[in-house]
Ligand binder design. Structure first.
Ligand SMILES: [Zn+2]
Length: 448
């Protein structure tokens, strides 16, 4: 092996991240703007990129520059981290690299952070290593200088490693660093999402029918064509349908909306799932933890028609689709405030356990049957490991103010396209509150 001026014969820089959306833009910029400057100074270098999807743009770039290599998606990225001299990325990539005591340069979707040194640690933490910030900040020339300095200066690399490792240790002194990293990472993402979201409309639906039924006691339904029209409106408005777990796992768009469907009817499998697949949109479906309950027995005595609930195999098929997330809706659809505390506890925590055991995924949210709740119930939902509790007509008008009493917006069979646009605008609940407060009929007695 030959060494020149204390430099290694061949350097490997690893860039890890999604090759789509804003992450991809950043990676392409690094390769096109920063890479050539680095290669001028250090010709024996290779930039490896782990991530998918590798498209023609990427392959053409690799054809143009022999020092670029796209490795596609890698299930186990650790060996690549270990081989690399320097790792470039954000979020989880940085945390994993630090755990392996590798030097890192942080750059996220929103800004360039640079080598993880004392002066940059705070910004790095606050922005999730560059992924979340109000303004964009990139400096491709500076990045090239930083990469060259890192590769040339052993001391700088060790400095980054010790700073990073100190950061990891101070944040987590437990044995189980892996889990803690995951947790901190998710928590950071979640907090940033909450900061970013001004309002997150959570819509409430129940049944989905092929055609409008002749009779319905509670009018808790929507037809396939109407729902399809609404999904199209969401697409047109560039709204992103997300689920509750998305808030922990990715940077969600400020234009996000959550669609929820209560009770888990068979018609959700038959009509909702195909629509979600067709439009690549997501929904949260609330089901009972008692899978022996086969129909909406709680509504039938009140005069509603009988409808079948989802079977286990249908739940499983829906859960395997990336477009459905299940939430818990108690065990037996009872009004929780009317029950003993012991019964409340089993209704809440058993529903979570049973559904998690069936779908083999964490259940993030709980829907209070009939929207009936009190503080004790809310606290128990939180204590049981849920992250969210969705109500019906109660709770603050802003999503982030009480994650265990999230007010939902009804969508009715006759909700017009215009009303629907208002409902998903993000201002609907506050608008309604003001309208109630200031409507002439409430202070001049001229209303009907
Ligand atoms: Zn219900």
């Amino acid at each position: 092996m030959s060494f020149e001026m204390g430099l290694k014969s061949k350097y490997q820089i690893l860039i890890a991240g999604r090759l789509s959306g804003p992450k991809n833009d950043v990676i392409l910029n690094i390769l096109q703007k920063t890479g050539p400057l680095v290669v001028q100074k250090i010709p024996h270098i290779q930039f490896q990129v782990v991530g998918a999807p590798v498209l023609d743009t990427h392959l053409n770039l690799a054809k143009k520059y022999s020092w670029i290599q796209f490795l596609g998606f890698q299930r186990d990225i650790t060996p690549y981290y270990q081989k690399a001299d320097l790792i470039i990325g954000s979020g989880r990539v940085i945390l994993e690299a630090l755990k392996l005591k590798k030097p890192v340069i942080a750059i996220g979707e929103c800004r360039y952070i640079g080598p993880l040194l004392e002066k940059s640690i705070l910004t790095a933490q606050q922005t999730n290593f560059g992924d979340c910030d109000d303004k964009e900040y990139f400096d491709w020339d500076l990045m090239a200088e930083d990469i060259i300095r890192c590769l040339k200066k052993f001391k700088l690399r060790t400095n980054i490693i010790s700073n990073g490792y100190k950061l990891l240790k101070s944040e987590y002194n437990s044995q189980n660093v892996e889990e803690k990293i995951e947790h901190l990472y998710n928590q950071t993402i979640f907090e940033n999402n909450l900061k970013k979201i001004k309002e997150l409309p959570v819509l409430m639906y129940h049944q989905v029918f092929a055609t409008q039924p002749e009779f319905s006691k509670f009018h808790l339904n929507i037809t396939v064509s109407k729902l399809e029209e609404q999904l199209k409106i969401l697409k047109f408005l560039k709204k992103e349908t997300i689920t509750f777990s998305d808030l922990f796992s990715k940077n969600v768009s400020p234009r996000s909306v959550i669609l929820t469907f209560d009770d888990g009817y068979e018609n959700h499998y038959r009509y909702l799932l195909p629509l979600l697949e067709k439009y690549q949109m997501k929904a949260v479906v609330y089901i009972l933890g008692n899978f022996n309950i086969r129909k909406n027995f709680w509504d039938i005595p009140k005069g509603e028609c009988e409808y079948k609930l989802l079977k286990k195999n249908q739940i499983l098929k829906m859960s395997k689709s990336e477009f459905v997330e299940f939430g818990a809706h108690s065990m037996t659809h009872c009004s929780l405030p009317d029950q003993s505390f012991q019964k409340i506890k089993t209704e809440i925590s058993n529903s979570k356990n049973h559904i998690e055991n069936l779908v083999q995924k964490s259940i993030y949210s709980f829907a209070y049957p009939y929207g009936n709740l009190n503080e004790k119930i809310k606290n128990y939902v939180k204590k049981s490991g849920f992250y969210f509790g969705v109500a019906v007509d109660s709770g603050p008008f802003k999503f982030t103010q009480d994650l265990f009493e999230i007010r939902r917006i009804h969508v009715f069979p006759n909700t017009s396209a215009f009303q629907f646009i208002k409902k998903v605008s993000g201002y609907y609940l506050r608008y309604r509150m003001y309208r109630q407060k200031f409507h002439p009929s409430t202070y001049l007695r001229i209303g009907k």
